[in-house]
Design a protein around this ligand. Structure first.
Ligand code: FE2
Length: 194
């Protein structure tokens, strides 16, 4: 049976300037910052989605109804890079891990190449592409990722994020380090303080 997506889990874009992005989305758009990641120096998910994700910041903002907009820092982008589209990938929301497993089986049954289930510790995901080569994802949250209970892994967030997060930076900071998970994500999260 085809997966029954519950809207957009997150839409990921790329940014030349995460500090300006945090300022704009929190101060102008009033979207709370709910996830901060700084991916390891070695790409933790090589080939899973578009581009080399090594050493990238990846921040998520809550844009209402539990939907999130996310950004990756990306170097060497031209000033006008966004005019030709700055989208990276879009993730559709599923509700349970079983639904995610079933979605994976479903895509395979349709002959679509699909990644293993990737554990990001705040969510689990599978990745695939549409016929255009656009990168797609199904994802299910494992953690609240709310303003009250953010998922913070970036030890050195950009200044505006530091200011916004305040005490939460220490309270919710996790550590995300290269590991040896067999399903693809070479990463492990460890609760430092909660
Ligand atoms: Fe994603």
């Amino acid at each position: 049976m085809a997966p029954h997506a519950k809207g957009v889990h997150h839409m990921a874009f790329i940014t030349r300037d995460m500090e300006a992005t945090v300022q704009f989305y929190t101060e102008v758009m009033n979207f709370p910052l709910v996830v901060t990641l700084h991916l390891p120096k070695d790409d933790p998910f090589p080939g899973i989605t578009w581009g080399d994700l090594s050493d990238k910041k990846h921040y998520f903002f809550d844009c209402g109804n539990g939907d999130r907009i996310a950004f990756f820092t990306w170097s060497a982008l031209s000033e006008q890079y966004a005019e030709s589209g700055a989208g990276h990938h879009i993730a559709f929301a599923l509700q349970t891990e079983k639904e995610l497993d079933d979605a994976r089986d479903y895509l395979e049954s349709k002959g679509i190449e699909v990644s293993p289930v990737i554990n990001h510790f705040f969510c689990k995901s599978i990745y695939f592409k549409d016929p255009n080569g656009i990168h797609l994802e199904y994802s299910v949250y494992l953690e609240p990722c709310t303003p009250e209970q953010p998922f913070l892994q970036d030890e050195n967030p950009v200044p505006s994020a530091q200011r916004i997060l305040g005490n939460k930076q220490d309270q919710y900071l996790l550590r995300y380090a290269p590991g040896s998970a067999s399903t693809g994500p070479q990463a492990e999260a460890e609760v430092r303080a909660k």
